[in-house]
Design a protein around this ligand. Structure first.
Ligand code: SF4
Length: 432
């Protein structure tokens, strides 16, 4: 399976005009800089006794023509990046009633309209106004790789998704035991920088909008349908790039859209898992939200000092003691168990004492434990454990009365498994 990403308290970013413009017109800053340099040169020449008339012409150019050229080339904001509330506000500013936002949201996220002209339910005047104000730019799949697995119905697929501003994220599709699980990203990169994770090595670039998160699912579903029309996504896990709980609002809005009953793609929230390293304030928020999603927490060590050595940023921000309190609160408020994900790393967190510490930690709330193998990434020193060590670890936990499963990693040969996402994306970015 895949590994979730995390990132610390960065502010929410909704890509707007500037981000779109930079994506579409990457040379604009270079031209502006060139213009500025030429202007300064002219000022210098003027001071040196050259034509003042020419300088006046130049100032007129800077003050009038350049802004005109700038305004003509600015791309419109992408309507798919608006939250539902922002869409409502935009339509209110046009003097439209609230239900228009509902209609347009459905056209965008259920009927997947490619242009405002497709939205035939709207008046011609409103369609014109919308197309003068916004553009529709969905995410695009630009690459995908497959790896065949022994016990899978179809190959595991790693998909490179290009966002409208040319950032990239990776998503994964796994078909196993009659289910098709989509593992999606919530951020470009990750701020928490766990040393064993390829995503963490990118650092955080930005949050995904709710529209970009849902866009990944729709794109993956179309990919499946193109090959097997009867098959579709049955489960979603937020275990791709980024820490979903550090992009809380957009992730929750995306889940609400994906579980909207009157939309063409609709999945029960119970089939959706949010995976976190343990962002305690947001776990408490999720517990009170009324969402029915499942929660998985990457624990990897149940001793604070050891956990700090494995995932220093996350464990520093969200210490184990606070995490245990939030998880106890979460399970008592929701009545749902959490899944503790424990990645076994040879000689690091695989001893009998590590198993006893995990058992002590897990006893304080309703949970089950998933043991997973470490998946190698380049230039990282960790190693997976031998199967005998894993069996011993599992037996020790089960003897303590805990429910423990060993989760198989899929997609290791294409770097699609837990902790491996981002490597290919970075390589591709360099090649673009
Ligand atoms: S495992 Fe990777 S994606 Fe998850 S929190 Fe750590 S660095 Fe971020």
């Amino acid at each position: 399976m895949f590994y979730e990403g995390e990132s610390a308290g960065q502010k929410k970013i909704i890509p707007g005009v500037k981000a779109d413009m930079m994506g579409k017109y990457p040379l604009l800053p270079a031209f502006s800089a060139l213009f500025f340099i030429l202007f300064m040169r002219r000022v210098f020449l003027c001071h040196a006794g050259y034509a003042k008339e020419q300088l006046r012409t130049y100032i007129a150019t800077i003050c009038f023509y350049e802004p005109c050229i700038f305004l003509m080339t600015v791309a419109l904001p992408n309507i798919m990046n608006l939250t539902f509330r922002e869409l409502q506000n935009a339509l209110a500013s046009f003097g439209e009633p609230d239900y228009r936002a509902v209609q347009i949201h459905q056209w965008l996220f259920s009927r997947h309209a490619a242009s405002f002209d497709d939205m035939t339910i709207l008046s011609r005047a409103l369609r014109k106004k919308l197309s003068e104000t916004f553009e529709i730019s969905p995410v695009q799949i630009i690459d995908h790789r497959e790896s065949s697995e022994e016990d899978c119905d179809s190959p595991t697929e790693k998909i490179l998704v290009k966002l409208p501003d040319n950032e990239m994220v990776e998503s994964v599709l796994i078909a196993s035991s009659g289910r098709t699980t989509a593992c999606v990203s919530s951020q470009v990169g990750c701020a928490l920088q766990c040393p064993f994770c390829a995503t963490g090595r990118m650092g955080l670039r930005r949050n995904l909008s709710a529209g970009e998160i849902t866009g990944q699912i729709y794109a993956l579903n179309n990919l499946i349908a193109a090959k097997e029309p009867e098959r579709k996504i049955t489960n979603i896990v937020f275990m791709g790039m980024g820490e979903p709980l550090l992009n809380y609002e957009n992730v929750i809005e995306a889940i609400e859209t994906l579980s909207s009953k009157n939309y063409r793609f609709c999945l029960s929230q119970k089939k959706i898992t949010i995976s976190t390293v343990g962002v305690t304030p947001e776990i408490q928020r999720l517990a009170r939200s009324g969402m029915k999603t499942k929660l998985a927490v990457s624990i990897h060590a149940a001793d604070q000092q050891k956990r700090h050595s494995i995932m220093p940023v996350a464990s520093g921000l969200y210490p184990l003691k606070e995490l245990a309190v939030s998880l106890a609160e979460y399970t008592s408020l929701t009545g749902m168990p959490v899944t503790l994900v424990y990645m076994l790393m040879k000689g690091i967190n695989d001893s009998p004492e590590d198993a006893r510490a995990l058992a002590r930690f897990a006893r304080s709330f309703l949970c089950k434990i998933n043991l997973i193998d470490y998946n190698s990434i380049i230039n990282v020193k960790f190693k997976p454990v031998y199967s005998a060590t894993r069996d011993m670890f599992q037996r020790s936990l089960m003897d303590s009365g805990l429910h423990v499963t060993v989760r198989k990693s899929y997609g290791t040969t294409i770097n699609a498994a837990c902790g491996q996402l981002a490597t290919t994306g970075m390589q591709n970015r360099n090649n673009l």
